[in-house]
Ligand binder design. Structure first.
Ligand code: BTN
Length: 288
């Protein structure tokens, strides 16, 4: 008889280590709950209840009723995943047109974290899924919050870390463990992610939320930095629109307002916005 597989180790998050990482980047407060419905909902509530420091973070060991895009749910087994929400409260000089870029900024920070900390060749499936080895590892969901001090955004990321195949909702989903990542330490992954978010945001805020201007010391703009990680570029894709029609074209670039630039068979360019696309799929049927 083959030996029983070793039980999956799912230690608790080390809040002290996460706070140290946040402090080194001048971030706000951190809340870690034992279990909750949705970290996005919790942070939105805190923002509405009173002044919340910019770059404050809400996380939980067990998210039981999280939200995904398109009204889907996002629940994960206890201590198997990261559910982390960040509060962005840009200062008065930040162009509100920069706010919709924050979800792709966070997805890009996650791509970099997975590469740097877990050694995974991750990429971005437009608009803001993080994928590796043909599977989705992480999804990102942004919510606008209107505060007394102006518009703010809560961006939540859900990263599958140690789930096994049976614990994932669909065959196209993956986890860091299943993809052979070199660490499943959620504290390390969270600290790395927050560090990368704070770094990308600092450059973006320094150019007042203008996605086409490189930040000081950056060689490329945020738009170009994101586009470099996009796995769809150069491939033929089908954009499924809410009215049931499908727009087929070759993904050429990331355009203004975060639109995906598609060239159809007749050579015509289309700029499709995330809000107008139901799904994006490769035309050859593969997920990524
Ligand atoms: C998607 O559908 O791909 C987006 C999933 C976003 C899930 C994260 S987990 C942390 C945060 N809290 C939520 O309720 N949702 C987001």
């Amino acid at each position: 008889m083959s030996p029983e597989p070793a039980p999956v180790q799912r230690p608790p998050l080390d809040a002290t280590r996460v706070r140290e990482a946040m402090k080194s980047r001048g971030m706000g407060e951190l809340w870690v709950s034992r279990a909750t419905g949705s970290t996005n909902d919790d942070l939105v509530e805190r923002a509405k209840a009173g002044r919340l420091a910019h770059l404050s973070v809400e996380t939980t060991e067990h998210q039981e009723a999280g939200h995904g895009r398109l009204g889907r749910g996002w629940e994960t087994p206890d201590r198997s995943a990261l559910a982390v929400s960040i509060y962005f409260r840009p200062d008065a000089g930040f162009d509100p047109a920069g706010l919709p870029w924050l979800s792709m900024l966070c997805a890009t920070a996650m791509v970099r974290t997975l590469s740097e900390r877990a050694g995974l060749a991750a990429g971005l499936k437009w608009p803001n899924d993080v994928v590796a080895g043909g599977h989705k590892l992480c999804g990102v969901l942004a919510q606008l919050v209107l505060t007394a001090d102006g518009p703010a955004v809560v961006v939540g990321a859900g990263l599958n870390v140690s789930q096994d195949r049976a614990e994932l909702p669909v065959p196209t989903a993956g986890s860091v463990a299943l993809l052979g990542g070199r660490t499943t330490d959620r504290t390390e992954l969270m600290a790395g992610y927050l560090d990368r978010v704070a770094e990308l945001y600092a450059g973006f805020a320094a150019v007042h939320g203008h996605a086409d201007e490189p930040g000081p010391g950056d060689r490329v703009s945020l738009r170009q930095a994101i586009a470099r990680h996009m796995v769809s570029i150069g491939h033929e894709v089908d954009a499924h629109l809410p009215d049931g029609t499908v727009l087929r074209g070759t993904a050429e670039d990331l355009g203004a307002e975060g639109a995906l630039v598609l060239r159809d068979a007749a050579g015509k360019l289309h700029h499709v916005l995330a809000a107008d696309v139901f799904h994006l799929r490769r035309s050859d049927g593969s997920y990524v």
